[in-house]
Write a protein that binds this ligand. Structure first.
Ligand SMILES: *Cc1c(COP(=O)(O)O)cnc(C)c1O
Ligand SMILES: [Zn+2]
Length: 402
């Protein structure tokens, strides 16, 4: 049983590479400010004593807490009584046949309690807020981070204050309201929402659940990669495809596989294919342009990845480069087609931002950019019921009013 402070030996700034002890920093590097996102460095020697394949095989907690030893929490913290993580990984015969590939898997993370991968981060945020005796948590969100925080804050008895774009899909807004958050619908989109939530962190001392800024949250999200590995019997896939907005999930996929390699449990990291909407592709552009970031004007129906200023772009670019992967973009048309194809071929109903990774898969498979005998995991990050309007666009030609 380790404590959070025993497991983490330092935080490292992704920009200036300076390392900090745990009590030296709160969220970001003091010199690099907003760009000084921190990476959590672990003491793997200590963790080795608590975490192994053999121990996992005996662990009957089928949720993300089975990876507690690799998470920035005290091992003895009592988890919430709600299922987070350990979402299904399906091998898809129909996709393998359709594209002539050997091993295609779908990871359905829409099966989390608030129906997106964001629950993996919010669960950690709320635990850490409790550890730090905070009574209010805030975040800005395109929708899913907020709804997920809303759920965990309410079951933990904490208040949550959430800033979302005023045009967030209605089902996401409904989730925020049913879980009892204070919600601000912000004119001016996610960028303005981000600034407002940061103001609350700085002025009122609210706990900060903005995923890039709070270094612990990528650690929660990495459990999706730990699960992929375990569900594949630690035979690491050749590719993992995932969509990117701020770039946190992309970073977290790398981190999960990195941890397993650092612990000598596996010996490889999959190539990460990080997917953006062609109408909002700031990270891909920065990747092509020597890391220089330019804001974009979001123009896509994939609301969860419509991020004008991606906050975790440096970590995401490092993740993709270190994995030997690449960035890809897909159009809204390709996304809508992918939603339909994913639903009909696999039964998994994805929201547009999640279907973006499926769209990239299809494109790359057809172009033979994924080798026939490669294994590939397509990450479905959020459920389609979160954005019913987009889903309806894909089937109106077979709707008859009588
Ligand atoms: C947040 C989100 C993403 C993008 O995650 P980032 O960490 O911002 O890159 C992708 N898909 C869905 C459904 C999301 O909610
Ligand atoms: Zn720095």
């Amino acid at each position: 049983m380790l404590k959070k402070k025993e497991k983490i030996f330092a935080y490292k700034c992704v920009k200036c590479l300076k390392e900090f002890k745990q009590n030296e920093v709160e969220y970001t590097c003091p010199s690099c400010k907003d760009e000084g996102i921190l990476d959590v460095l672990y003491d793997y020697e200590k963790i080795k004593a608590e975490f192994s394949k053999e121990k996992l095989a005996l662990n009957n907690d089928f949720s993300l807490w089975r990876y507690k030893a690799l998470l920035p929490i005290d091992d003895n913290t009592k988890p919430f009584n709600i299922q987070v993580g350990f979402t299904p990984l399906y091998k898809s015969k129909s996709l393998e046949l359709e594209y002539g590939l050997k091993n295609v898997y779908i990871k359905d993370d829409g099966r989390n309690p608030s129906a997106s991968l964001k629950d993996r981060a919010s669960a950690i945020a709320v635990m850490d807020a409790l550890l730090n005796k905070k009574d209010t948590i805030t975040c800005s969100s395109t929708g899913n981070a907020g709804t997920s925080l809303s759920l965990f804050a309410s079951i933990a008895g904490l208040k949550s204050v959430i800033y979302v774009p005023d045009n967030a899909p209605k089902p996401k807004l409904s989730q925020l309201l049913i879980y009892g958050s204070t919600v601000y619908g912000v004119k001016g989109g996610y960028k303005k929402a981000f600034d407002l939530s940061m103001q609350m962190v700085n002025e009122k001392g609210f706990y900060n659940r903005n995923c890039a800024i709070n270094p612990l949250l990528v650690e929660g999200k990495k459990t999706v990669a730990l699960e992929m590995a375990e569900q594949l019997n630690f035979e690491i896939p050749d590719y993992v495809i995932v969509s990117a907005g701020d770039g946190c999930i992309t970073s977290s996929i790398y981190k999960g596989f990195f941890d397993l390699k650092a612990l000598n449990i596996t010996n490889k990291i999959p190539k990460i294919i990080s997917v953006q909407a062609s109408g909002c592709d700031a990270i891909k552009k920065a990747w092509e342009n020597n890391g220089k970031l330019q804001d974009c004007k979001p123009n896509t129906l994939a609301d969860s990845i419509a991020v004008a200023i991606p906050r975790n772009y440096i970590k995401a670019i490092n993740a993709v480069n270190n994995s030997g992967g690449f960035f890809e973009t897909v159009t809204d048309k390709e996304i809508l087609e992918a939603m339909k194809l994913c639903a009909t071929k696999t039964g998994v109903f994805a929201e547009p931002s999640a279907a973006a990774s499926f769209a990239a898969f299809k494109k790359l498979a057809i172009a033979s950019k994924i080798e026939k005998d490669a294994s590939v995991v397509i990450t479905i990050t959020g459920n389609g019921l979160k954005d019913t309007e987009s889903a309806q666009k894909t089937g109106l030609d077979s709707y008859y009013e009588i």
